[in-house]
Design a protein around this ligand. Structure first.
Ligand code: BV8
Length: 235
């Protein structure tokens, strides 16, 4: 394994973010005291079985979260990552588990949503992916095949394969720095990224309010609000 000294300037960075990076924007996290799942059990709303069993409950859950996007703004952590994206000349990939659009609105461009996006929908009749209309509960028509009642959130539910996995795996193997921000490390495959990166010689840094479930896999951990830690790290 290549020896990496702390002073090495990274040439290839992968950043993983989770709900904690959007918390200070007012977007509820999943597993905190006021967690988003509080209203619902995960299995009730974020699985294909839940969608088959009670599509209205699932569509209303995501319609409400999509509507809430209009009321929140990117915070200092999103803006700092946007500046990093604009200024860092090396390889950079920001992989988010979040389905909000705050990274884009904060300026991030080299960005992949591995769990999908609230603002996108997918047609279960023809497979076409498209911008989501304001609400899906009223069964709008697919913008491609025009079938009605076949649009679902373009979101990765439990038991479904996350998006962009080949590209993410390649980036993790090339990274010499892996940074995890605002995630509990509870959900796979994202929670395993730190071990892939460090196994290929990357230095690893966790920035989170509390130690995550995988905190012991990191070379360094900084605990506190992302809105303070991320700008300080980017600068
Ligand atoms: C798959 C939908 C295979 C979108 C989500 C047993 C072992 C290992 C794996 C499994 C297993 N059993 C089942 C699995 C697989 C399963 C899994 O990992 N289950 C877990 C629960 C054990 N994973 C899957 O099913 C994945 N798919 O494996 O597919 C496959 C292979 C081939 C072919 C087909 C299939 C799919 C996972 C995606 C599921 N979808 N959500 C949505 O509704 O949003 S997951 C959900 O959790 C969200 O997407 C979220 O992004 C994700 C992770 O949560 P976090 O982002 O970390 O949020 P959380 O609230 O947990 O933590 C927030 C953190 O922030 C906290 O630590 C807090 O301290 C911190 N924080 C708070 N405030 C701040 C802060 N930090 C900084 N500043 C602050 N201000």
């Amino acid at each position: 394994m290549k020896e990496r000294t702390v002073s090495d300037k990274p040439r290839s960075i992968v950043i993983l973010t989770g709900a904690g990076v959007s918390a200070e924007s007012g977007v509820p996290t999943f597993r905190g005291p006021d967690g988003l799942w509080e209203g619902h059990r995960v299995e009730e709303v974020a699985t294909p079985e839940a969608f088959r069993r009670d599509p209205d409950l699932v569509l209303k859950f995501y319609d409400a979260r999509r509507a809430a996007l209009e009321t929140v703004e990117p915070n200092a952590a999103h803006a700092a990552l946007g500046r990093l994206d604009a200024e860092f000349g090396g390889e950079l990939l920001i992989v988010t588990q979040n389905v909000d659009d705050l990274h884009e609105r904060g300026g991030a461009k080299r960005l992949r949503h591995m769990h999908g996006e609230l603002k996108r929908a997918r047609c279960t009749a023809c497979g076409a992916r498209q911008q989501a209309p304001q609400t899906l509960i009223d069964r709008p028509a697919c913008s491609s095949c025009e079938a009605t009642g076949h649009l679902r959130p373009d979101i990765v539910w439990f038991g479904e394969m996350p998006f962009h996995m080949e590209e993410i795996d390649r980036a993790l193997e090339r990274a010499d720095l892996f940074v995890s921000i605002g995630t509990s490390g509870a959900v796979y495959p994202a929670a395993g990224f730190v071990r892939i990166a460090s196994g290929h010689g990357a230095r690893t840094l966790e920035m989170n309010l509390d130690p995550s479930e995988g905190t012991f896999y990191f070379d360094e951990a900084r605990h506190g609000p992302a809105g303070q830690l991320v700008p300080a790290w980017v600068e």
